[in-house]
Design a protein around this ligand. Structure first.
Ligand code: NI
Length: 168
């Protein structure tokens, strides 16, 4: 495993659409391992391949949804070719930060619950039903695969005075 460099705005790679993964080979396994290590080291709770300069549809997310329970283990998700297939009608506006946009935070409206279909790192199909902050992180990461940044969607953007937690 190796740390990869997280690219930041205005790198043009962040505005491009990533390609569908068709080969679940050793190179993909290495990319996934490197992305997990890079996300943890950042630290962040989500990372999309374009954020390490790779235009492929790969995301990793690691988050413990139950904020009330400090003992709750974060769950690691690796999703290849993720697609949102269902969304709740309900939305929520909340602040987001992005590892590729240091020093900014913005209010973004997201669906409260989503269903994501995709493949695991070995190419097997998977379906995830996600809600709350985990659903938000997935929407942010899948946007990265389409060249969309939170600053494209935010209703309000500001420079936080405290370090932003849970960057994605
Ligand atoms: Ni981001």
């Amino acid at each position: 495993m190796a740390l990869r460099t997280i690219v930041t705005v205005p790198d043009p790679v962040l505005k491009k659409k990533a390609k569908t993964v068709t080969k679940f080979d050793d190179k993909l396994q290495q990319l996934v391992d490197d992305m997990v290590e890079t996300m943890r080291q950042a630290p962040g709770v989500g990372l999309a391949a374009p954020q390490v300069g790779i235009l492929e549809r790969v995301i990793v997310v690691e988050y413990a949804e139950d904020e009330e329970d400090e003992e709750a283990e974060p769950r690691l998700y690796v999703v290849i070719n993720p697609q949102i297939t269902r969304t709740s009608a309900d939305t929520e506006i909340a602040p987001e930060g992005c590892l590729s946009i240091p020093g900014l935070q913005g209010d973004v409206e997201r669906k409260l619950a989503i269903t994501v279909k995709g493949q695991n790192r070995h190419g097997q199909p998977l379906t995830l039903r996600l809600k709350d902050w985990t659903a938000r992180i997935f929407q942010h990461e899948i946007d990265h695969l389409n060249g969309v940044l939170f600053t494209d969607l935010a209703t309000k953007i500001w420079k936080p005075t405290e370090p932003v937690e849970d960057n994605v």
